[in-house]
Design a protein around this ligand. Structure first.
Ligand code: 5GP
Ligand code: ZN
Length: 114
């Protein structure tokens, strides 16, 4: 998608340091971190939100969680803990309409979900 900021990051039109990259998935630091560690994990393919997922994407979503596991170990937050958030749609405050998972860590996070 030409006007999608995350597609531009994937295509390297917006230079971004990738924490992780493979043929289907990339991860990079959030530009406006909400915790000492705030990483975004996204599919390279443009999927606007969770509700746009289809059966063919199930393997991709499983792989994203595998990548999150790998990043957690690499960032040494696997023992201390972390939170994974995915916002979907307006009421959840989804700003970027390209599916992404937030990894938040590096401090005691609030105990409430909202
Ligand atoms: P959402 O609210 O859609 O779940 O989260 C979007 C996230 O993307 C926000 O945390 C925001 O800071 C981050 N973000 C928006 N634009 C950019 C960008 O150009 N680069 C990076 N690295 N993060 C971005
Ligand atoms: Zn996109």
């Amino acid at each position: 998608m030409s006007d999608c900021i995350f597609c531009k990051i994937v295509n390297k039109e917006v230079p971004t340091n990738f924490i992780y990259e493979d043929e289907e998935i990339v991860a990079f630091n959030d530009i406006n971190p909400q915790a000492p560690i705030h990483i975004l994990v996204i599919p390279k393919k443009h999927i606007s939100s969770l509700v746009e997922l289809n059966k063919n994407d199930e393997n991709l979503i499983g792989r994203i969680f595998g990548v999150i596991n790998e990043i957690a170990k690499k960032e040494k937050i696997d023992k201390s803990g972390f939170r994974v958030i995915m916002n979907c749609g307006e009421d959840a405050g989804q700003e970027v309409k390209h599916l992404h998972f937030h990894i938040l860590a590096g401090k005691k996070l609030g105990t409430k979900i909202i």
